[in-house]
Design a protein around this ligand. Structure first.
Ligand code: GDP
Ligand code: ZN
Length: 311
């Protein structure tokens, strides 16, 4: 595949040949890059390249057997970012192709949070999957109730998969969806993201060990973003920042994009300034009545819109 280079900064003094690679792990100003032969190399990068994220495709020059310097970052297909306190968007993961939203019976799942994640997925430009973990805690009736409660997401192209990370149950449909993709797991703390990561990647420790071998002595890497290989195919980017990712501030357009199921009805109400709550001939309320929109989606949309207008 032909890849274009975003910000090439060739060092004219460098006689080293250039290689292409993928950022497998980023910690501070250090990168572990995987080359096209799955060999790992420790790289530094120049400040003027800006932020480099795990998953980025880069060009580097090898300066010794073990070391290299990244000189360019290739165009990203997708970029997941996190807003810093200063309002700056900091890259969390590059080139992801799928978001896996993890829910569980405990902590209590929230459609509102799911809808926020779906806005974020839409903004990044990737599809989302919902997994309900800890299915082992549910009896048949409870499973059915949760299935019913979240079924409407399947109608908006968001598959719903019940699993148990602990008992390794129901993982097959999920691993099938993870194949050929670069995925991230997101969700509230306590839903089982790390348990699921461990269940999906049995050789997680080995992969981490291989990476630490490439890191400089004394580096603490617990917060490093890492791109793992899934044994069944596909890859997973994981880091505390990615796992606890919460969608930041958005504008009206981003909100409407995130509610594609509602968007086709917007602008079709009798009143231009319809609040979509009690008005006659409200296209959105009618769509709810006919089942084209789930009322909870409309409720969350209106709530988010209000929040957005009040800030
Ligand atoms: P994270 O905060 O999302 O990474 O969640 P953890 O993986 O740390 O899990 C939170 C808690 O849920 C821990 O006590 C886990 O043992 C428990 N847990 C995770 N997966 C399962 C599961 O499939 N079944 C049950 N019963 N408990 C689980
Ligand atoms: Zn309306």
């Amino acid at each position: 595949m032909q890849e274009s280079v975003q910000s090439e900064q060739h060092d004219s003094a460098s006689k080293e040949p250039s290689h292409a690679g993928t950022v497998i792990c980023r910690f501070g100003r250090n990168l572990v890059i995987e080359d096209n032969k799955q060999q790992l190399i420790h790289c530094s990068f120049r400040q003027n390249l800006g932020h480099i994220a795990c998953g980025d495709r880069v060009i580097y020059q090898q300066t010794s057997e073990q070391e290299g310097v990244v000189s360019a970052v290739m165009d990203r297909q997708t970029l997941l970012t996190r807003a810093t306190f200063g309002g700056e968007e900091k890259p969390l993961a590059a080139n992801i192709t799928q978001m896996v939203i993890v829910l569980a019976p405990q902590p209590e799942p929230s459609e509102y949070l799911v809808d926020q994640y779906l806005i974020a997925a839409r903004r990044v430009g990737v599809p989302a999957v919902i997994t309900i973990n800890k299915a082992d805690l549910l009896d048949e009736a409870e499973t059915e109730a949760l299935q019913k409660r979240f079924a409407h997401y399947e109608l908006i192209d968001c598959p719903l998969i019940f699993i148990s990370a602990h008992q390794q149950q129901g993982l097959k449909p999920l691993t099938d969806l993870l194949q050929h993709q670069v995925s991230i797991l997101v969700g509230q703390s306590g839903v089982g993201k790390s348990s699921l990561t461990n269940a999906l990647i049995p050789d997680l420790d080995l992969q981490t060990q291989k990476l630490s071998d490439k890191r400089q002595v004394g580096q603490h890497t617990t917060s490093a973003s890492t791109l793992y290989d899934l044994p069944t195919g596909g890859r997973l980017i994981d880091s505390p920042g990615v796992r606890s990712f919460r969608p930041g501030k958005i504008d009206l357009q981003t909100l409407e994009n995130g509610f594609a199921d509602l968007a086709e009805f917007l602008g079709h109400c009798r009143f231009r300034d319809c609040s979509h709550t009690t008005e006659p001939d409200c296209a959105l309320l009618k769509a709810c009545e006919s089942g084209a929109i789930h009322p909870k989606r409309l409720e969350n949309f209106l709530h988010m819109k209000k929040e957005l207008e009040s800030t």
